[in-house]
Design a protein around this ligand. Structure first.
Ligand SMILES: C[S@@+](CC[C@H](N)C(=O)[O-])C[C@H]1O[C@@H](n2cnc3c(N)ncnc32)[C@H](O)[C@@H]1O
Length: 347
């Protein structure tokens, strides 16, 4: 008898499969993958995890708190789903993020199963309850991050220059952004408004959005002192921008993504308000191992690798135009510049 690492009897399982299929089929790896994916999904907790993952990436601890099961159990379910190709896993220091796979038989199975699962809140109590709990768990984390910015608004400009040479970064951003001719510049997670202060002279209008009233109070004061009369800042959530589609021709997201629960959704919302032919510039850290930034500065992500940013862009129909890496010790800052095509040729 051959048991896999989870104690599942593979011999019996394969024998049963062969019997059910009449043992006539030639070996077919894509069919094996499909069967493995179906088997992995056919369990109540794993189906609940797939439903939750359809709303964005998940950490093990978020799932532990949402599903009320022990960490070893959740980790085992995640391992099975990942091995069967339904989820992909991205490890960062002591955290691991899981999201639905993009392609392959496992991804297809997850996509179809999610389409079959009850969507409306009244149709399946458990899934609706899971979704609600996950929202509570994520809200609690976002509130902690919000409190961090509230408490640090006054000294943010000192903090932001702790690890990075700001002048070098701003100089490189300046090379990527159009030198003139921007009509509407939008800075998401503007904080104390530094991006607007430095780059709004290239734009007819500059707008900054931030959740934190305290950060915006500092930003208003700074922008006024810097004479940026074409700029305004507004309190708002970058996941739900109070703007129409295509309202901006340049958007910056500077050192914000690593704080967010759902960086992909933030980019999707930015892509929505970006005009065809417009630019999105993201500045964030390259992958690093400074776990202390989670504890001390509420970072959720320890940087982003280029492939992940490219897949965010691809999913949101943006084209990567340029990347600049500014090596630092211990943190490297990377700038990714994307363009929204004039005409969307994606089917
Ligand atoms: C690290 S600061 C960066 C500020 C500024 N971009 C800079 O580089 O100085 C991140 C900012 O993102 C804001 N933020 C976080 N989540 C947000 C959200 N969902 N909507 C809008 N702003 C958000 C925080 O309040 C904070 O001011």
């Amino acid at each position: 008898m051959s048991l896999n690492e989870y104690g599942i009897n593979l011999t019996t399982d394969t024998a049963m499969q062969a019997e059910m299929l009449g043992d006539h089929l030639p070996p077919d790896s894509s069919m094996d993958d499909l069967l493995a994916a179906l088997r992995a999904a056919a369990e109540p907790t794993r189906l609940r995890i797939l439903a939750l993952a359809s709303h964005g990436e998940l950490t093990v601890s978020e799932l532990v708190r949402t599903l009320g099961q022990s960490q070893p159990r959740i980790s085992r379910h995640l391992k099975l789903l990942t091995e069967a190709g339904l989820l992909v896993r991205h490890r960062e220091g002591s955290w691991a993020f899981h999201r639905l796979a993009d392609d392959g038989p496992g991804a297809e199975v997850a996509r179809h199963l999610n389409a079959l699962l009850p969507q409306s809140d009244n149709r399946d109590g458990i899934l609706a309850q899971d979704r609600e709990r996950l929202t509570d768990v994520k809200t609690a984390r976002a509130e902690k991050a919000e409190a961090y910015f509230r408490d640090n608004a006054e000294r943010w400009d000192q903090l932001r220059s702790l690890h990075v040479d700001d002048a070098k970064v701003e100089n490189a951003i300046g090379k990527l952004l159009p030198a003139t001719g921007i009509k509407n510049l939008l800075d998401l997670g503007t904080g104390t408004g530094r991006m607007l202060e430095v780059f709004s002279s290239r734009a007819r209008r500059g707008t900054g959005i931030d959740l934190s009233h305290e950060m915006l109070t500092v930003a208003r004061d700074k922008l006024e002192k810097a004479g940026c009369a074409n700029c305004q800042v507004r309190q708002g959530d970058l996941y739900q921008l109070p703007f129409g589609s295509g309202d901006f021709d340049a958007i910056t997201i500077h050192q914000v993504l690593h704080f967010l629960n759902e960086p992909d959704r933030a980019i999707a919302e930015a892509a929505r308000v970006l005009a065809p032919g417009g630019f999105l510039l993201i500045a964030d850290f390259a992958p690093h191992g400074l776990e202390s930034l989670r504890e001390d500065h509420e970072h959720r992500r320890l940087g982003f690798d280029g492939d992940e940013i490219k897949s965010f862009f691809r999913r949101n129909r943006l084209t990567l135009k340029d990347t600049i890496s500014l090596a630092g010790d211990p943190l490297t800052v990377v700038l990714w510049m994307a363009e929204k095509p004039q005409t969307d040729t994606t089917p």
